[in-house]
Design a binder for this molecule. Structure first.
Ligand code: CMC
Length: 425
């Protein structure tokens, strides 16, 4: 195959190199395009634009493949833990026993919040969306750790602090909203068990110990969300980080990007949608007709990259089945979800557009079974995505060709106007 692309423009011919990835995926390297031709490219939604080279995550959307650092998501979900997968994403290799011990110790060491920050929660109205609280609190962390304002990708404390404290902030915001005192982290508990303890411990039940099945389910959920290459929020983290803003600022911006219903907010939107279908009489077929008439959108379906199936959704569907059985829960929303999927998989509208369930379609069913309220779902997605954001920030900051992210545009506004003073308008 040729290793150059040729562009003919204005009676000239320009050659641009082809860049090839580990799995043979190919890109035209246009880095000298504007210098050579005066042209820029226009690609709204970045449908065809590779923003970077990356060695973190590989997705083959046609075949439904997702690899973290070369390891299949199915194997990691089955056998790894969220902390081990985080280490893999951030540092590039699976940890040795000594490395995981040291990493876990750092996470434990950084799990507390500065006591003054605990009072911040009192300032938010009890109706505040937990994503608003989370992004504000993460941004505020920079005020307490001024040493991390200058980005230092080799400082393991900075990395562990973000990973550990976001979990504490998430759980504290939930407890405060419930009108309960916060539950401080417990050093003897591992990452996911500690999160469940901070979420659900109650002064009336001080000996609460998370069910190992729930701990396993949470590990699986967080692993499945841990990275997804250049999605909207990760690109946001990279863009903000490229200005050398501190890690908390970059992650806080990522949280805001993730919140939208077309991205991480879809998990909450799916449950809202399933509830609406139930309340309207529970007829998925009638709902699907409205989707096809573009009156409604089937949340949790479709993906920019996956055009066959989302391997995360496949794992989650199986897991939802298992957990509901284990907890003896019959969830009519899960039944409606399964029925919607069946209708979609045999309907030309969805087949032609290659629309399949994505990670958000079944994750909400699992969160519900775990007792997590709907508006906390995107917070859970955030917890999972933190190691991916850190890994991308680290990779970008350490890249020899780091440049501030700064797209161009084609200006379409008015031209050559003269200013008219206000008394003459
Ligand atoms: N329901 C109905 N029609 C859809 C849907 C959907 N969920 N998704 C895409 N389509 C249609 C869309 O109307 C368009 O049809 P047409 O060509 O006739 O105009 C066609 O499929 C292509 O869709 P698109 O909007 O151009 O695709 P995109 O790549 O720009 O958008 C998406 C991807 C995920 C934003 C979109 O599929 C969507 O809005 N899905 C629902 C929200 C959702 O579940 N988001 C979570 C994504 S996975 C987790 C994450 O990464 O955050």
């Amino acid at each position: 195959m040729t290793d150059k692309a040729t562009l003919g423009y204005d009676r000239e011919t320009y050659e641009m190199p082809i860049v090839e990835g580990s799995y043979g995926e190919r890109a035209v390297d246009i880095r000298s395009l504007r210098k050579d031709t005066g042209l820029i490219t226009l690609d709204s939604g970045f449908m065809n634009t590779g923003a970077t080279k990356s060695a973190i995550t590989y997705i083959n959307g046609e075949e439904g493949i997702l690899l973290y650092r070369g390891y299949p998501i199915e194997q990691l979900a089955e056998a790894s833990t969220f902390v081990e997968t985080s280490y893999l994403l951030i540092y590039g290799e699976l940890p040795t026993p000594a490395q995981i011990k040291e990493f876990s110790t750092l996470l434990t060491y950084h799990s507390m919040l500065h006591e003054d920050m605990r009072h911040f929660f009192d300032g938010f109205p009890s109706s505040a969306h937990p994503m608003a609280v989370l992004s504000s609190m993460v941004s505020a962390l920079a005020a307490y750790y001024p040493d991390s304002i200058e980005p230092d990708t080799h400082n393991e404390h900075h990395i562990a602090r973000v990973l550990s404290k976001v979990r504490t902030v998430a759980a504290f915001s939930f407890q405060k909203r419930q009108g309960r005192p916060v539950a401080y982290p417990r050093n003897e508990l591992k990452y996911c068990a500690n999160f469940l303890h901070m979420m659900f411990s109650h002064p009336a039940e001080p000996t609460y110990n998370p069910d190992p099945e729930l701990v396993k389910a949470l590990n699986v959920l967080l692993i499945l969300h841990a990275d997804h290459e250049q999605n909207c929020s990760t690109s946001t983290v990279r863009l903000v980080g490229s200005s050398r803003a501190n890690l908390y600022a970059a992650i806080s911006a990522g949280i805001s990007a993730l919140w939208g219903p077309l991205h991480g907010g879809a998990n909450q939107a799916v449950i809202d949608m399933l509830q609406e279908i139930r309340d309207e009489g529970g007829d998925p077929k009638a709902f699907m007709e409205q989707v096809k008439n573009r009156e409604r959108r089937l949340m949790g379906f479709g993906h920019r990259v996956y055009k066959n199936f989302d391997p995360r959704a496949t794992i989650l569907k199986k897991y939802a089945d298992h957990l509901l059985q284990y907890l003896h829960i019959e969830d009519e929303l899960f039944d409606i979800a399964r029925e919607l999927e069946q209708v979609a998989l045999s309907d030309d509208y969805f087949i032609e557009r290659k629309l399949y369930p994505n990670v958000d379609f079944y994750s909400g069913v699992l969160y519900r079974a775990m007792g997590i309220p709907t508006d906390m779902f995107t917070v859970l997605f955030t917890l999972g995505r933190i190691p991916g954001w850190i890994a991308h920030w680290k990779e970008m900051m350490e890249a020899p060709d780091l440049k501030i992210g700064r797209p161009r545009q084609i200006y379409e506004g008015p031209t050559s106007r003269d200013y008219v003073p206000i008394d003459q308008r």
